[in-house]
Design a protein around this ligand. Structure first.
Ligand code: DLL
Length: 435
């Protein structure tokens, strides 16, 4: 039996969702125009006034916002309420330039936590569950968001934060954690460690995992599900729009339902900005419909994705998004060919390797080099040098079939590639250092 946190909203007829969105959008545009000088000048520049927006059909008239706008308006230029109305900030994990700081009022936090409670409920969590939150706490939204959602449901919440894997396992076993929330790469690492400590899937109390914050493939899902003996659900979000819970997977595990009563999604052509019809692949853009403190409108996520509204067996009516392939800026252009790390991950797992890998791209004598480092499996220890070379060649061939260009594959001993406790760093692009 499918369970919902807010059934009347999550299963609302589509026409009703549209009406709710239109009503909220009109108010939100007015709110942003009146209270955010930076946004007002953007709208004035685009020649659009709040009166021009009468419903979602007018959304296309609004200018886009990008990370660049947030950098210009840093730190408080996008704030739409007095600072005294805010109760929290969170920040992105970005490593380049200024971090984005998002502000929340008490009500903004409540709405965000409800979104996380919807995600946890969709993954089967109830008051009887023990939810281990192993996303980072602090400025990162993962820990705070899932922690809040778990409290709303009334589950016993373990605010573990990320890292200290032996302690994670000890608490999991001693308290009988049934739901694990962390990045998929950390889930894989916890699974690997449990296996090394002699635990079999049936010894592990977990029944579900809520994994997101980074791209991961279906192959990775299958591998985590087998190692931990759980169902692994995807969850998506970004700091600018609130944090985890912008969208979440249900029992069908076939795409993430977007919480459309709060977030209006569009897909655009990332080059021309043209809005694309449902089902086409492009850049995901979000409009926050009811956030008070940080009301971003038509915010370009840079995530490449597809939307679809086919009927879902779970009964939810919210539109779904496919797994994002990664950010447009995660896409590597190697010798003129577009390559996403997720494509490499899919090949490695299909060929029976683990998801511990790193891609190194460089430029030597004006030619791009493309190296993939992967660990061989413990059962390959007996292999001869020739066996290893054959395996490398086979992987190289499989990657070429997937992406169209050939990498140099390096198989190395297990444990030589750094494990991730948060967002995994899959790509080292040294070309950027030369620019
Ligand atoms: O990663 C929020 C989050 C925390 C989501 C915990 C899910 C779970 P940021 O640090 O601002 O926020 O990074 C947002 O991460 O634009 C995507 O590129 C990527 N991302 C997030 N979730 C997924 C996912 C959090 N499920 C950026 N699949 C986003 C693929 C994801 N990419």
């Amino acid at each position: 039996m499918e369970r919902y946190y807010q059934p009347e909203i999550e299963t609302m007829p589509v026409e009703q969702i549209r009406a709710v969105q239109s009503e909220k959008l009109v108010k939100q545009v007015k709110h942003a125009y009146e209270h955010v000088a930076y946004y007002r000048s953007k709208m004035d520049e685009a020649g659009v006034s709040p009166e021009d927006i009468r419903g979602t059909e007018d959304l296309y008239k609004l200018p886009f916002l990008s990370k660049e706008d947030l950098r210009i308006a840093y730190p408080t230029g996008m704030l739409a309420v007095p600072m005294s109305e805010c109760v929290r900030i969170q920040s992105t994990s970005g490593t380049t330039g200024r971090r984005v700081i998002a502000f929340y009022t008490q009500e903004d936090i409540k709405l965000w936590e409800e979104c996380c409670a919807r995600a946890l409920t969709a993954a089967g969590a109830t008051k009887e569950d023990v939810v281990q939150v192993s996303y980072g706490y602090g400025l990162f939204t993962g820990g705070a968001g899932l922690n809040g959602g778990s409290h709303l449901i009334g589950s016993l919440t373990l605010p573990m934060s990320s890292g200290n894997t032996d302690r994670q396992i000890q608490f999991m076993m001693d308290l009988g954690s049934t739901v694990l929330c962390c990045t998929p790469s950390y889930a894989a690492y916890i699974g690997e460690t449990l296996k090394e400590q002699g635990y079999k899937p049936e010894d592990i109390p977990l029944k579900a995992g809520i994994f997101g914050a980074e791209p991961w493939t279906e192959e990775m899902r299958q591998s985590i599900e087998e190692t931990l003996g759980i169902k692994a659900y995807d969850i998506y979000g970004l700091t600018e729009i609130s944090g985890p819970g912008v969208s979440f997977e249900c029992s069908e595990q076939g795409g993430m339902h977007i919480n459309e009563d709060h977030f209006l999604a569009e897909i655009i052509n990332p080059i021309t900005g043209e809005v694309l019809p449902e089902g086409e692949k492009g850049e995901l853009v979000f409009t926050c419909l009811d956030k008070a403190a940080f009301p971003l409108l038509r915010y370009r996520t840079r995530d490449i994705c597809q939307l679809f509204r086919t009927k879902c067996s779970c009964g939810r009516t919210f539109i779904r998004m496919k797994k994002p392939m990664g950010r447009s800026d995660d896409m590597m252009i190697i010798r003129g060919v577009n390559v996403f790390p997720s494509q490499i991950e899919a090949v490695l797992l299909k060929e029976g390797y683990s998801a511990n890998y790193q891609i190194v791209v460089d430029r030597v004598n004006n030619t791009d080099t493309f190296d993939v480092f992967v660990e061989f499996l413990p059962e390959h220890f007996e292999d001869t040098v020739r066996d290893i070379a054959n395996k490398e060649r086979k992987l190289q061939e499989a990657i070429r079939n997937m992406v169209g260009i050939s990498p140099k594959v390096h198989l190395s001993e297990p444990k030589t590639i750094t494990r991730s406790e948060g967002k995994a760093v899959r790509v080292i692009d040294r070309r950027k250092l030369h620019d």
